[in-house]
Design a protein around this ligand. Structure first.
Ligand code: JB2
Length: 212
């Protein structure tokens, strides 16, 4: 039996994670949130039991953490909370909704979150703390970096490499073999037909750089 999970954050992203965890039969230790107004509330029936200080009440070998901070609006917080608790010895659970199709040789890093309806084709490697959000598809031989968010409905064709700390916006499409550098943002609905440098924002069809 796996250790129970403690969710960090009680907002929209956490709600989707709780749904996936309950569907997978996970044991729930509770939710912690920085907002004192959330204390006593619940997320799909899982109680908010305090703020991040409560985590220390659970020795790190008795609980698995789930990063419920989304990467829209709070991308740096999502990464820093993952690194901070990892350094303290906590482990992050990998969450895979039972409706996701994940090929047998796919490598999922610690704390990866694969939401409902996702397809991950053979030989993909997904980095630590990445989100593959609702109904996204990632085709064969892709590499997705640590802390990157693939938003709902994104289509990633075969052999694509996306760096760490990237955001690929809702419904974007990346054609086969393109490479996206670390820290870049792909706008919602963009169609990426050629490589994207690190640290830039691209939007449109075909995608063009709008910010460096
Ligand atoms: O340091 C913190 C902290 N800072 C903010 N520790 C903990 N434990 N919680 C923290 N929070 C809490 O995160 C806020 O008080 C708030 O309750 C929650 C963020 O909720 P929100 O709904 O604003 O964002 P989200 O990150 O859950 O979801 C965003 O990203 C998802 C990927 C939204 O844009 C969603 O629509 C999106 N699907």
């Amino acid at each position: 039996m796996s250790a129970p999970v403690l969710i960090l954050g009680a907002g929209g992203h956490a709600k989707v994670l709780v749904e996936a965890l309950l569907a997978d039969g996970a044991l729930m230790a509770g939710v912690v949130d920085a907002d004192p107004g959330r204390l006593g509330q619940s997320v799909l029936g899982v109680p908010v039991i305090g703020d991040d200080r409560v985590v220390e009440d659970f020795p790190c070998d008795t609980v698995r953490l789930v990063n419920g901070i989304g990467s829209v609006g709070l991308p740096n917080l999502r990464t820093s909370i993952f690194e901070r608790f990892s350094e303290c010895g906590y482990r992050f659970a990998t969450v895979v909704h039972p409706s996701a199709v994940v090929a047998s040789d796919v490598e999922l890093g610690e704390g990866v979150q694969v939401m409902a309806g996702v397809v991950l084709q053979p030989s993909c490697r997904i980095g630590r703390n990445a989100i593959i959000n609702t109904r996204a598809s990632v085709d064969h031989d892709c590499t997705i970096g640590d802390h990157t968010h693939i938003a709902p409905g994104v289509t990633v064709s075969g052999g694509v490499t996306i760096g760490s700390g990237c955001h690929v916006g809702t419904g974007a499409t990346l054609i086969q073999g393109v490479r996206v550098g670390d820290g870049s943002v792909i706008g919602a609905g963009a169609v990426v037909t050629k490589d994207v440098a690190a640290g830039v924002t691209v939007v449109g069809v075909p995608a063009k750089v709008v910010m460096r």
